[in-house]
Each structure stands twice: as C-alpha cells, then as structure tokens.
Design a protein around this ligand. Structure first.
Ligand code: TMP
Length: 208
C-alpha cells in the first residue's frame, strides 16, 4: 500500500521543510517512502528546472514555460514516481502539476484547458491522494526569501504572486477531498501535526 502526497504553496510557504519532516516521520516508522521535488528529481528534470529558474539570456514565453515544466514532469513521473508507487513505495513530491496550474495558468494567465491538457499528458493523469497547500499571505512568504538571491519566479511582482495564491485556493475549493489547506503562518510543529493527522488517517484506510 502506497500513497502519493504532494506539497504546494507560494514562495516561502515552508513546503520543503514540511515535506522533509513528513519523509522523516514515515521513514522512522519503516514505511517505504521516497521524497522528490519539482522541477527536478531526475538529472534531466533538474537541468530543465535550473534553466527555467535562472535563465537570463532569453525571454521564456508562458507557453514555453508550460511545456518545459511538463517535460521535466513527464520524465519524473515516468522514471521515478510511477515505478515507486508500483513497488509499494509512498511518494512525497514537493510541487507537482498543481504548481503549473497555479503559476502558468493563474499566474501567467495561460488558458486553463491548455494547461490541463499538458499536465494530463505529462502525468498520465496520475493524481495525488493528498495535496497539502501551505497557504501564506504573499508579503510574508516573499519576506522570508528576501535575503536570498531571487530566481525568475521570486522576482515577479506582488500581483503575480497574488494570482498564484488565489489560484491555489480555487483549486483546493474545487477538490476539497484531495486538498488539505493549512495556514502556513502557524508554527512548524503545529503544521507538521496537522499533516500527520491526515496522513495517518489515509494510511489506516489503506488507500491505493
Ligand atoms: P522551488 O524549487 O523554490 O520550489 O522553485 C520552483 C519555482 O518554479 C517556483 O517559483 C514555482 C515555479 N514553478 C512553476 O512556475 N511551475 C511549475 O510547474 C513548477 C513545478 C514550479
């Protein structure tokens, strides 16, 4: 029995901290688990991701961005996520297709049907059992990142990040059974506890 769990949220929402905490918790219980992230998780996906985040020399159109994130994703799903789930390993992924809907769909304003078509092709319609949304006001999230060098997305204006946040909340509302929305301004410990409560429920119900 394995679960597919994804983490989503805007900049500085604490996804990486919480996905690692969940990974450690499951590992301690000797539950087979793999932690991966997007864009990345395979050598090819990592190269594409690095380029998408840091390229300066050329303007990337929103449609190109959509295709490149999904190229990286197709490789990750095929090479890592699907084979792991098939072997009974629980997979935790820090960002997945919902990131594309939020950033390229709602943030960049691409047609949502086109976004869905590319996401579906890359994921082969593999959906998470649980998606944790760490929701944080944009100014607070970006403030947490201010000291670091900004990539192409972190450097976008506030309005872009607000569209991304609103997009995420809309997605969560559309599929409330899949999404767990958490106020990411709460303490790391409290957030980890809320996530664990849901994950342990899913584990005991023997999903997938
Ligand atoms: P991160 O590694 O800090 O999460 O950065 C990934 C950045 O890429 C983040 O700003 C969100 C963005 N992104 C998209 O715009 N679309 C996507 O599909 C994914 C996976 C990430």
């Amino acid at each position: 029995m394995s679960l597919f769990i994804t983490f989503e949220g805007g900049e500085g929402s604490g996804k990486s901290v919480q996905s690692r905490a969940l990974y450690r918790r499951l590992s301690k219980l000797a539950i087979p688990v793999l932690l991966t992230h997007e864009p990345g998780g395979t050598p090819l996906s990592k190269q594409i991701g690095r380029w998408l985040k840091w390229v300066k020399e050329s303007h990337i159109s929103p449609l190109t961005e959509l295709m490149l994130f999904n190229a990286a994703r197709a490789q990750l799903v095929n090479e890592v996520i699907q084979p792991s789930l098939k072997k009974g390993v629980t997979v935790i992924c820090d960002r997945y297709a919902d990131s594309t809907t939020a950033y390229q769909g709602y943030g960049r304003g691409l047609n949502l049907e086109i976004v869905r078509a590319f996401n579906d092709a890359a994921t082969k319609k593999l959906k998470p059992d649980l998606t944790v949304l760490l929701d944080i006001p944009v100014e607070i999230g970006l403030g947490r990142k201010r000291a670091k060098r900004q990539d192409r997305f972190e450097g976008e204006d506030i309005a872009f990040h607000q569209r991304v946040r609103a997009g995420y909340l809309k997605l969560a509302k559309e599929e409330p059974r899949r999404w767990l929305v958490i106020d990411a301004t709460r303490s790391q410990k409290k957030i980890a506890d809320i996530i664990w409560q849901r994950v342990s429920q899913l584990l005991s119900h023997g999903k997938r």
